[in-house]
Design a protein around this ligand. Structure first.
Ligand code: SAH
Length: 373
């Protein structure tokens, strides 16, 4: 069976616990097949989809148009992943809300809701518990990877926020904890479920997947025919600097990565976003800006400069506002569109991985405070 829609919840009373099929991770055809396999008419699949994907309910008891006997059977034979709010922190007058959400096995992940004046309601979702990429400036990477999230756990982050706020989300960015393309199947399944006409019906154009730059998976994603936005975390324009900040660059150096980006743009005709976290004295010099402009000139994409969000204990500094705008001007001089990311939620540690670290006493920094003994 496709493990992408199995839950971490298990059937009660079994000697060897078997994961239950997770309705939240199933497409409409899979829900239909599930219904038929349980002796129900295929149209039950559509009813289930309306509950788990469009309304995002957390339990079968709420599925009032299903016969009681079926509800009882579902309650014991299927799971509906529903993350619960373990912690929430508000900033920007309530327009930024950071959630720590708990999975059935007790793992926690971060999701951030952002409300904008132009009507955008965005959720930043996590794709893994922790992360294996170990980028030098990122809080998530400090504790390493615990496990992949299932597609159900990814999409339910959006439902969990909607359940909590009673407000509709219209944009989703895959920029929380983890590397989406290292959890490829669950990420692509989650994208399809979020965009599905029987689900939240999010426009694929309002879905952004951010990657550290796994070149082979970028090629694979280009073949999915999903009109989503791909964001690539570049952070440097020379291999020497990038390998220091983003260790995976040693495996997929800039030439390899940018060739994949070019192919992605050619195949999808979609403009890429290049993310560039600015770190004072490390990648924010005039040389860095010129190298970046020269590398990206002629590529179908734009640069999003992100002033580093400080992580306590990390030996980086964010550049001054004038250094940031000088950098943006230099890159722009190469004809490469450049914007500076609007900052949200700095006071609630909205940068990836920070809230979980602060809330989880067991998570210990790996490199900045080596264990003694
Ligand atoms: N693994 C994916 C997505 C998660 S991180 C990726 O690397 O793209 C989302 C973005 O936030 C990445 O560009 C990442 O480099 C950036 N980021 C991580 N920690 C940050 C921090 N402390 N300040 C600013 N940006 C950060």
């Amino acid at each position: 069976m496709d493990m992408n829609f199995m839950s971490s919840r298990t059937a009660p009373g079994n000697a060897a616990p078997q994961p239950l099929p997770d309705l939240r991770g199933m497409t409409l055809p899979e829900l239909g097949a599930f219904a038929v396999a349980h002796g129900e008419p295929v149209y039950r699949g559509r009813q289930l989809a309306a509950w788990v994907h469009a309304r995002g309910v957390g339990s079968v008891e709420r599925m009032t148009d299903l016969p009681e006997a079926l509800r009882a059977r579902l309650a014991s034979q299927a799971a509906i992943t529903s993350l619960h709010v373990a912690h929430r922190a508000e900033a920007d007058g309530g327009d930024t809300i950071k959630y720590l959400l708990a999975c059935a096995d007790g793992s926690t992940v971060e999701s951030v809701f952002m409300r904008y004046d132009d009507g955008r309601r965005s959720v930043c979702v996590s794709t893994q518990v922790g992360c294996a990429m170990a980028c030098s400036f990122c809080a998530t990477g400090l504790a390493g990877l615990t496990r992949n999230l299932t597609a159900a756990e990814i999409v339910d982050q959006v439902h969990a926020v909607q359940r909590d706020l009673g407000e509709r989300v219209n944009h989703v960015v895959f920029m929380g904890m983890g590397e989406p393309l290292a959890n490829y199947d669950a990420t692509v399944r989650a994208v399809r479920l979020l965009a599905a006409p029987y689900g939240l019906r999010l426009s694929a154009r309002h879905l952004t997947v951010s990657t550290v730059g796994l070149a082979p998976q970028i090629d694979r994603l280009a073949g999915e025919r999903l009109p989503i936005t791909l964001a690539v975390s570049l952070h440097a324009a020379t291999d020497a600097v990038r390998s220091r900040l983003v260790p995976i660059n040693r495996q997929f150096p800039l030439d390899v990565l940018l060739a994949a980006c070019r192919r992605y743009g050619d195949a999808t005709r979609r403009r890429l976003t290049f993310e560039y976290v600015l770190l004072a004295g490390e990648n924010d010099g005039a040389d860095d800006a010129r190298a970046l402009g020269a590398r990206l000139r002629g590529l179908l994409g734009h640069v999003n400069l992100i002033p580093w969000n400080p992580v306590p204990g990390m030996p980086h500094r964010r550049p001054s506002a004038s250094a940031i705008s000088r950098f943006a001007r230099t890159v722009g001089g190469y004809g490469v569109a450049t914007t500076v990311r609007l900052e949200r939620g700095v006071e609630i540690m909205a940068a990836c991985g920070q809230l979980r670290r602060a809330q989880t006493p067991g998570i210990r920094p790996r490199r900045i405070a080596p264990a003694v003994g």
